[in-house]
Each structure stands twice: as structure tokens, then as C-alpha cells.
Write a protein that binds this ligand. Sequence first.
Ligand code: BGC
Length: 449
Amino acid sequence: MKINKSLIFILGALGGLLYGYDNGVISGALLFIDKDIPLNQYTEGLVVSAMVVGAIIGAGGSGPLSDRIGRRRLVLIIALVYIIGSLLMAFSPNIAVLILGRFVIGLAVGGSMATVPVYLSEMAPTEFRGSLGSLNQLMITIGILVAFLVNYAFTDIEGWRWMLGLAVVPSVILLIGIAFMPESPRWLLEHRSEKAARDVMKITFNSDKEIDHEIKEMREISKVSESTLSVLKSPWLRPTLIVGCVFALFQQIVGINAIIFYAPKIFGKAGLGEATSILGTVGIGTVNVLVTIIAVFIADKVGRKKLLVTGNIGMVASLVIMAILIWTMGIKSSAVIIIICLSLFIVFFGLTWGPILWVMLPEMFPMRARGAATGIATLVLNFGTLLVAQIFPILNSALSTEWVFLIFAVIGILAMLFVIKYLPETRGRSLEEIEYDLRKRTSAKTPDM
Ligand code: BGC
């Protein structure tokens, strides 16, 4: 059967949709769980963070696993775990099962965050790698928006079980979709045969010449490469691993999820009613999807570092302008300004840091340790998510809103300096060329290329 190239990438990115959905749905579900299953402040916190704890473990564990059993087989396991987690939550008779369900979903979320970008990156021809990698982010944002809409739709009947359980639908689609997804050619070349790798590349690459060139490069790198564990532990990879982890951490602590998780609360503080706040949140989710569609088209046209720095300038400017206006006009008369400035923040994040982090993480790491290293960076990213999720409400009640946003502005400036000084430019170069450069810069064995 002839497999459609675009379908492979879309199915491959479905894991991102589930991650987005489970990220976005909880704010709505939390409003009603308490009516069925009594929650206190402590158990409410556990319901939110159990998923992130699961994601930390899922990301850490699935990286090495994807190097061992293959990206495709791992996605199959992830889809099953998603289904189990969603059902546990939808039918939970008590708080313990609910928290367990969130934890199980977290395992799948962490697993897909670490595996999907690697899969897409390894499947894509060089000149489209940025765009195809950005599909993951597009799916994440669609997942978040769908969750906001589902929350809105089930608010009347207080249907929190529906909100949490509906994640089963895309999980089943993912499970079926895997039947049509080929394994990553880079993994096949390493673990199976050149023929198997070529067969897959024939679907996604444009010409035999391109395939020959890529295979030759992969073979050269493969000749000098050590085992996954020794690459992971080798001193030459350490700086890159640290840079990847700090990069992932910055993506979270610039403040994006303070908006995604808490937008209704921020709007509420500015005096908007409940329904308007939820609608405002849907608006933010929509802007997020729309700009990510644009990002898919520009990801390979502009250098990655230039995009990231532009994003930082835009995000910091939106925050600073918002803080000054809230300070001069008072929070209660700033609702419109807050909506505009938060949307601008989302525009800049969605065009740059949102997609580019997921494109660049797998690009930065060498083939043998790509899955594992991306997993480790994703694990650190989830710590960042947890940090923001826990600290933002505390900051928001202890400080005035403008100061909270100024703190994120300062972090945005630090993130920009980090990009300028430490990130390599990866656009327009094959994964093997990037690895070759990394090896040349460090003390690692270098192939003749
Ligand atoms: C981030 C998520 C965030 C989403 C928002 C992703 O790139 O990793 O944490 O919720 O973007 O669109």
C-alpha cells in the first residue's frame, strides 16, 4: 500500500495533540471535580501536578527506550498508556484513582514529548526539517484549543469526566495511525538494514541522489559512534546536553504556561466575569494555533537563532508594556490591555520559542544518543513546567500582577543572552553535518566527510 507522505507526518505529530489536550483540559475540569469527589487544596494540587511528575518519569524513561526498541514501537506503547490513563480518569470512583490516572497520562505525555520530535526530525529531509518539526507544536496548540473548547462545551452539565475522558478519541486515532507509520530511517539503518532505511526514505525524500548522500553521511557517523550509553556519558557531549537542558528550561520559565494554565485567573483579577474569562482563554488558544500555522511556513526560511532572539524581544516588550500600563492605570481598568498584551506574548512565543525548541532539541544531539538526550532535556522542561505551575499562583497572590510579569520579562532577557551565546545554528544542515560539527568542536572521534 502506498503511504501518503503528509499523513505520516500528521500521524507522527498526533502525540503532540494529546500532550496539548491534557495540558489544557485540567483548568476546566478542576472547576467541577469537587462536586463529585471532594478536593482540598492539597489534593487539588496533586491532581494538577501528578501529570507533570508522570511526564518527568515518562520523558526520562522513554528516551533510552526509543533508542532501544525504535521510535514507532514506543509510540504504540504511548498510545496504549494514553488510553488507560484517560479511562482511569473518566471512571475514577475516588481521588486516589483520579490522581493515578493523571500520573499515568503524565507517563504518556512525557513519552510523546520526548519521542515525537525525534521521530519527525529523523523522518524529514533537511530543507523541511524545521517545518515538519513545527507540526508537533501545531498539534500541541490544537490540542490546547480543543481542550478549552471542550471545557466550554461541558461547563453547563459540569461534565468533568467527559472533559478528561475525551482524550481517548485522539489516543485511539494515534493507535490506529501507528499501523501506517514507518519506523525512522536513521533508527532502521542503525538497528536493521540499509534497505529498510532506504524504503522509508523513498517515501519522504525527493530523489535517490539525496537518499544516497544521507545514507553515506549516516554510515560515516555510525562508524565512529560508540554505544548510546557511552555517547551519553562522554565528556564531549556534556556541554551540549547542558545547553539542551537549559534551553528546554528557559522555554518554560519565560512564562508561557502561566498564561496557558492561569489565563482565566489573570482575567478574573482584572475584573472580568467567569464566562468572559473562559471566552478570553479560548481567544488566546485560537491565536496560539493561528500563529503556529504561520510558524510552520517560516521555520525553514529564517535562521533558528534569529527567530528565537526576535521572539524574546517581542515577548519581553509585551510584558514590559503591559506592566507599565497596569501600573499607571490600575489593574481593574486594564482588562483589554491585558488581553492584547498576553495575545502579543502568545504571538511571539508561538512563532518562535514554541516550535523552535521542539525542532532544535533533537537536532542538537548525536544520532546514537538522540532519543535519550532529548528525553533528558524534556525531563528538565517538565521540571520547568512544574515550577511555573506551582510558583505562579503564589507569586500572583503575593505580588501585584505587574511585578509578576516583570519577573518573566527579566527571565526573557536572560533567555535571549543564552541563545546568542550558547546555541548552535542548525537550519539548512543535515543532522549528520550538525553532528560532525559537534564532534569537531569537541574531543570526540570525527568521521572523514
Ligand atoms: C510548550 C508547552 C506550551 C505550549 C503552548 C509548547 O511548546 O512546550 O509547555 O504549553 O507550547 O503552545
